[in-house]
Design a protein around this ligand. Sequence first.
Ligand code: AMP
Length: 304
Amino acid sequence: MSLLAIGTVAFDAIETPLGKTDKIIGGAATYITLAASYFTKTANLVAVVGDDFPEEYIQLLNDHGVDTEGLQVKAGEKSFFWAGRYDQDLNSRETLVTDLNVLATFDPIIPERYQDCQYLMLGNLTPQVQKTVIERLRTRPKLIAMDTMNFWMDVALPELREVMTMVDVLSINDEEARQLSGEYSLRKAARKILAMGPKTLCIKKGEHGALLFQGDEVFFAPALPLEEVFDPTGAGDTFAGGFIGYLASTGDVSFDNMKRALIYGSAMASFCVEKFGTERLLNLTQEEIKARVQEFVKLAHFSV
Ligand code: AMP
């Protein structure tokens, strides 16, 4: 089933206690489409970059089955740039720079070939653009999932709340869930957020796993305790790409299947953090993914 992802395609500069990168390929949509590419034949991408974005980075996406017809390259403009620094424990991060650049005036154009997409992943970017993409699709996809972050809650909350009424699944982290709801208890936060529009809510808790809420149901996926964590950047987006990629590959959007998708998303995120940036997502095999999912099954399985 066809998948369409939007979000940032960016330059990132990352600092963790284990090292530092110059400007490397990053962006929410980059991680989403790379992760989803392991589940669907093509991941269609709608995004924008400036003409400073290297051709080889676009080729890298193409090499992973990402269709970049919907990636606009703006002459004379600069790509979105984000810089972040992680604390010693790699759990909290400080944003050092967010340069919207080309994103500030982004008008998303949907190629005709993408019109019949059944699964839409609205990756992290301007809520107004997320809304425009939904409006520009002639037929509503079978499933619309959306990711966002505190940055947009701070600068565009009314627009963000409006998009939330148009989507099926919202994916945010625990801090963002608390900010959005004003509740400390994630159970209470989930109830309030579900009342804002989405039928399903996924709350990511970094190295402490992820929670899935729908109606009165709640499901928990652990995160795999890893030997080595180098860089958590993109873990949330990789999770989202694996989650929606799995749903698209199975064509089943029931809550039971979403539980499986949560495990697949968590497995993909566990790979992402093992190396800097997108590196670990570039050469995965289906066998590695299968084995990783089995580790999750073993980790959480018990009988009473
Ligand atoms: P994650 O670690 O999953 O939260 O995602 C990190 C990615 O999000 C990086 O590759 C950044 O380029 C991108 N990013 C950072 N800030 C923003 C923002 N305000 N809007 C959209 N994408 C962002």
